[in-house]
Write a protein that binds this ligand. Structure first.
Ligand code: AMP
Ligand code: ZN
Length: 483
């Protein structure tokens, strides 16, 4: 039975979807003003494992992700400048141009990391009518008010606003940059903007007509609207990075539940951060590592995925070159151990033993059922390799586990085996070649000893024509290959 930690209740709970076998899962997607950094990608990798494990466990999963291309201000709250507008200025392009460019870059990162694409990917700018409909209803029912041209959500209308962290007025300071003044239009400190027509920052590039004037949506409303549109009023799992808990997810819950009139999401799945040794990795600081940069440095995307899977999603993961190097070494070693256990031929499934298969599969399932313990699930792969079972059964198990781990274990092991074969073959070929050269050197020495200098010169010239230069020294003749 799958159990997962629920950030909203602060406990691990058995997972029961609202509708028996069908699961609706929503994931906060990237804000596409820059490349995703490897911290963002950690979050998407761990969410991908959850997605894959739900499908593996037999659930009929529908997964939805937004792409934030408007309304995400630099503070995460209602102050600062729109991240997309800033990104466009930085690159002297339009907002839609950079949105397209960085969305494509994100999708390509996902592909390289074996992250399954969600069933629906919806850019925020495609759902303006949905925001207007929801906000209109919130105004009608008294949950929202208009002040200074903007529409605000009135958090005092809720019985409980701080869902994730109970006593945290001071959390209101989170994400709000120093020197940014409080918004006087707000009735309560915690109120947040649903629709802007006037922000302190007026350079918004994309604006739409609305009942409240020409403007643009706040960041939080997009996730509520996109989730409700595609997954209905009962959401089973909502995912995101831990920094999204407040204010983003807190505000999503406030407005969604006020709109639908009942509890919205069953389980909140939050992935903790990837930090560098000097602190948090952040996109807005401009100092971050991308997957492309890692590849340029010679690290494969699969090695990075392996690095992430070796730690639990609810623990902060500290990134360092050394830690990644260790993961690379361990991943390559694992592939060569799998390669050594692959049955011969192309038939990877072969005849396997069902009883052994079930026996060695159960620790893998137990690991993931226990709040998605991916490092224990990786350990189950090592245990299979050590087990007294046939190679066909080992391969079938590893192939099965890799439906969730998605580490290209069999493909990578085959490639590793091919590489070893090729290098053996070229070493053997080089060996033959060397033997032949040594024989020619010996024949030349013999010719010289016989004072047959013409023959000795002929041998030297013949070798030279093949790119082999002979070097006569007092200790004897050596050679060097020039081509
Ligand atoms: P963003 O593109 O900034 O909206 O963030 C995309 C996702 O990455 C969100 O779910 C964030 O919570 C998450 N995230 C941001 N920074 C980190 C980090 N350093 N480590 C892991 N996840 C992060
Ligand atoms: Zn979101």
């Amino acid at each position: 039975m799958l159990s997962l930690y629920n950030s909203a209740t602060h406990r691990r709970e058995e997972f029961h979807p609202h509708d028996e076998n069908r699961v609706g899962m929503y994931t906060c997607g990237p804000t596409v003003y820059h490349y995703a950094h490897i911290g963002n990608l950690r979050t998407y990798i761990m969410e991908d494992v959850l997605d894959r494990y739900l499908r593996y466990s037999g659930y009929n999963l529908k997964r939805v992700m937004n792409i934030t291309d408007v309304g995400h201000l630099s503070s995460d709250a209602d102050e600062g400048e729109d991240k997309m507008v800033n990104g466009a200025k930085r690159e002297h392009k339009s907002v839609l141009e950079i949105a397209k460019f960085y969305t494509d870059a994100f999708l390509s990162d996902c592909e390289r990391l074996n992250i399954r694409l969600p069933d629906v990917i919806e850019p925020a700018t495609h759902c303006i009518d949905d925001y207007i409909r929801i906000i209109s209803r919130l105004i009608e029912t008294g949950y929202a008010y208009i002040a200074g041209g903007n529409v605000y959500f009135d958090t005092s209308k809720l019985d409980e606003y701080y869902v994730f962290n109970k006593h945290s007025e001071e959390n209101l300071a989170v994400g709000v940059r120093e020197g940014v003044e409080a918004d006087d239009n707000k009735k309560n400190k915690a109120d947040f903007v649903l629709w802007f027509t006037k922000s302190k920052f007026d350079a918004q590039e994309l604006k739409w007509e609305s009942p409240w004037g020409l403007g643009y949506p706040g960041w939080h409303i997009e996730c509520s609207a996109i989730s409700l549109k595609h997954l209905g009023e009962y959401l089973d799992i909502h995912c995101g990075g831990i920094d999204n808990q407040f204010p983003h997810h807190t505000n999503e819950i406030a407005q969604s539940e006020a709109y639908i009139g009942h509890k919205w999401c069953g389980l909140w799945f939050h992935v903790h951060h990837l930090n560098t040794e000097s602190g948090k990795m952040s996109k807005s600081s401009g100092e971050f590592l991308t997957l492309t940069r890692l590849s340029e440095l010679g690290y494969s995307p699969m090695a990075y995925r392996f690095f992430c899977l070796n730690s639990h999603y609810r623990k902060t993961l500290v990134f360092s070159d050394e830690a990644l190097d260790n993961a690379v070494g361990a991943y390559e070693k694992l592939l060569s151990r799998i390669a050594a256990n692959l049955p011969d031929g192309n038939d990877m499934s072969g005849e396997y033993d069902r009883a052994d298969f079930e026996k060695y599969k159960s620790p893998f399932v137990e690991a993931l059922d226990g709040d998605l313990n991916t490092s224990l699930a990786v350990t189950a792969v090592y245990d299979v390799l050590k087990a007294p079972i046939s190679n066909a059964t080992k391969t079938a198990l590893i192939e099965d586990f890799d439906r969730v781990l998605a580490l290209d274990l069999i493909k990578g092991a085959r490639e590793s085996r091919e590489k070893i074969k090729k290098s053996d073959a070229s070493a053997a070929a080089a060996g033959d070649d060397d033997g032949e050269i040594l024989a020619a050197i010996a024949a030349r020495a013999e010719a010289k000893a016989q004072k047959n200098y013409a023959e000795a010169d002929r041998i030297r010239a013949e070798l030279l024509a093949r790119g082999i230069t002979l070097i006569d020294t007092r200790e004897g003749t050596t050679y060097k290959k020039t081509t």
